[in-house]
Design a protein around this ligand. Structure first.
Ligand SMILES: [Zn+2]
Length: 184
């Protein structure tokens, strides 16, 4: 996301010569560009602290932090479970909430805490998703996932730069083949 800083008026204040200031519309305050960039960085590092949320997806803040093409999503660096999409204070392996982790574990060992067969969770499968970020194509693979949305959420949450999702044909399908034609 490109910030609209062309129309931003920068100025110095006599008490702090050499430091650029501007009027921040979101905070309705005069800020130094350094303080603004600092707030934006903290917003990404302290995802559960709501005081910083207003700065989190701000393109002007990213610009002042020296970031180019930063991930503008509110999900960026959030403590959010990729599977159930609920916010949590703790992510196991930086991926799942405790509850989803426990359900997954039960499915793997084939029993829940009561010793009966777990039924709640759909079958977990290995999935991959391809995307473009910062001009680089990437693929993320998750060994156990419920659906593709889980991977999309994980990518948007974890990538520092903005992402575009691509489509990867299943093995055996030729992209340039005629409709319905399958090529080995
Ligand atoms: Zn969860």
């Amino acid at each position: 996301m490109k910030p609209d800083t062309q129309n931003t008026l920068y100025f110095e204040i006599p008490e702090l010569p050499g430091t650029q200031h501007f009027h921040c519309d979101r905070l309705r305050a005069t800020l130094s560009t350094d303080a603004c960039g600092h707030r934006w960085k903290i917003a990404g590092e302290a995802p559960t602290d709501t005081r910083w949320l207003i700065c989190k997806n701000c393109p002007v803040g990213a610009h002042h932090a020296g970031e180019v093409n930063a991930n503008p999503s509110q999900l960026r660096a959030a403590k959010l479970c990729a599977r159930c999409h609920l916010t949590t204070t703790r992510l196991i392996n930086k991926y799942l909430c405790v509850s989803c982790y426990n359900r997954q574990r039960e499915q793997i060992i084939g029993a829940n805490a009561k010793g009966t067969k777990p039924v709640k969770l759909p079958p977990l499968r290995r999935r991959s998703i391809s995307f473009l970020t910062d001009g680089t194509p990437k693929t993320r693979t998750v060994e156990r996932s419920v659906d593709a949305l889980e991977l999309i959420v994980a990518v948007i949450r974890d990538e520092p730069h903005s992402v575009q999702f691509g489509w990867q044909p299943p093995v055996g399908v030729h992209v340039f083949g005629k409709l319905g034609e399958t090529v080995e």
